[in-house]
Design a protein around this ligand. Structure first.
Ligand code: HEM
Length: 456
């Protein structure tokens, strides 16, 4: 079936019913107030109302999918595209011509351009940068001072993405600037998405001015990155070179706007997600000190006394399972939305063309139908003998299908390496003032983690 096709409901002519409306709606606001008040609890409880349910958000109807086989079917179906409120709120940052927001043939061509940089055989080339940044954290944290984990995690994430994918001394310097801009932008964008006050965000109060300054600076910075690379005449084998050399379907060089949007669309999701996951991993290490001890024992057993290198990562199976289990319980991408391009069918129900559809990896990955003791942190559930029990698509923190994160191997290698290095060097304790409750934003992460790194 193609994106243009009418979908199975229309094709077969069968009259399907719409999914049931989830319980708990109130007049006027519908389910909106519950969703706004506690989105994680609300989305998690939706499974009790059905595999596919309708939500009323004010005057709007949104379709929510709760069963893993159906979230998988949705992600794999061409009847759904990237569109809807989440994406509209991200447009001022991501543009419309980058891989994260484009659809159809443009998206397919862009995936072909970026994919080589993320291929399994390209990842070892990034190993030295990943290891260098991991050990840089160990050095920075040796003072014994209380760490602001938010700033530290995002800084590391931006530096690894920028240095690996857009190599060069220029990026080393400007990673700090990208980092500061993104921190301002991501919190502002989430606010704009959940509280859509439109023109009020143009009023020149300090918070709006700061948001606009960060947005303008990030766009300027990306233009500088591109200009700098062109002026250097260098063509290292990296993602930026691939973007600058990319051709459109007619064999013509792609336009400046597309190059710009592509750089942003790769740097920003990469930094926000990895930064959030690093925070959650540090949270887990404070909550489960025995996990840190086991990671250290694994590193000592497999690596010995020398520094951990990228080549060791595939042998660090316990550490990798800790990363996977942390992603299950604290998925950085906790909610995803799509829009239908045609009348279609899901789980035996009719979903009309133009409908907004939502699902939550957080809810699916904590579903008792898929996981034994779902709330319990248990890295060993990913051991070969046990992981086979997990239903298909019940664990998909990088998603599946044509929008699957291109960086799954890259991110797993990065997070496993950094976790191994940090847990071997330090035990982590939360310090006074730490607030580990989940912070709901574009990504999910601890609200304000303050940590002391205690040398082992
Ligand atoms: C897409 C998760 C790291 C670049 C996605 C999607 C998910 C995801 C779930 C699919 C979104 C959707 O279906 O709507 C993650 C997680 C990460 C991570 C959990 C880290 C732990 C990264 C990194 C980069 C990156 C490091 C780049 C350096 C992208 C891009 C897309 C994407 C460009 C859009 C792909 C497309 O639409 O074709 N990511 N991501 N991600 N991710 Fe990641």
């Amino acid at each position: 079936m193609t994106v243009e096709s009418a979908g199975p409901a229309a094709a077969t002519g069968t009259a399907l019913s719409e999914p049931p409306v989830a319980g708990g709606a109130v007049p006027l606001l519908g389910h909106g107030w519950r969703l706004a008040r506690d989105p994680l609890a609300f989305l998690t409880r939706l499974r009790d109302h059905g595999d596919v349910v309708r939500l009323r958000l004010g005057p709007k109807t949104v379709y929510a999918v709760t069963a893993p086989h159906l979230t998988g079917a949705l992600a794999l179906s061409p009847d759904y595209i990237i569109a809807g409120p989440l994406w509209e709120s991200l447009e001022s940052l991501l543009g419309k011509e980058g891989v994260a927001t484009a659809n159809g043939p443009l998206h397919r061509r862009q995936r072909r351009t970026i994919q080589p940089a993320f291929r399994l055989d390209a990842i070892p080339g990034y190993g030295p940068v990943m290891a260098e940044e991991a050990y840089a954290l160990v050095d920075r944290w040796s003072t014994g001072e209380v760490l602001d984990v938010t700033a530290e995690s995002f800084r590391a994430a931006v530096r690894v993405s920028a240095r690996c994918l857009m190599r060069g001394g220029y990026m080393d310097v400007h990673a700090e600037r990208i980092c500061a801009d993104l921190a301002t932008l991501f919190s502002g964008m989430y606010q704009r998405m959940v509280v859509p006050l439109g023109p009020l965000y143009r009023v020149p109060v300090p918070s709006n001015r700061e948001f606009n300054r960060a947005l303008a600076d990030l766009h300027l910075l990306v233009d500088e990155i591109v200009a700098d690379r062109r002026a250097s005449g260098r063509k290292p084998d990296d993602l930026l070179t691939a973007l600058l050399d990319a051709k459109d379907d007619q064999g013509e060089p792609i336009g400046e706007q597309e190059i710009h949007d592509q750089v942003i669309a790769i740097l920003t999701p990469g930094s926000e997600t990895v930064g959030s996951m690093l925070m959650s991993l540090l949270l887990v290490l404070t909550e489960h000190p025995e996990t840190g001890d086991r990671i250290r024992a694994e590193v000592e057993r497999t690596v010995g006394g020398r520094p951990v290198a990228f080549e060791d990562v595939r042998k660090l199976t316990y550490t990798a399972n800790v990363v996977v289990e942390t992603m299950r319980l604290h998925p950085a991408v906790w909610v995803l939305t799509r829009r239908t391009v045609a009348d279609t069918e899901l789980g035996g129900y009719r979903i009309p063309a133009g409908a907004d559809v939502i699902y939550s990896p957080y809810a699916v990955q904590r579903d008792r139908r898929s996981f034994d003791r779902p709330e319990q942190f248990d890295p060993d559930r990913w051991l070969p003998g046990r992981s086979g029990e997990v239903p298909k698509y019940a664990m998909a923190p990088f998603s599946v299908g044509n929008r699957k994160c291109p960086s799954d191997h890259f991110s797993m290698a990065e997070l496993t390496l950094i976790t191994a290095v940090l847990a071997t060097a330090y035990r982590f304790e939360q310090a006074p003032g730490s607030d580990p409750r989940p912070r709901i934003g574009i990504t999910l992460r601890p609200r304000a983690l303050k940590v002391r790194a205690v040398p082992r």
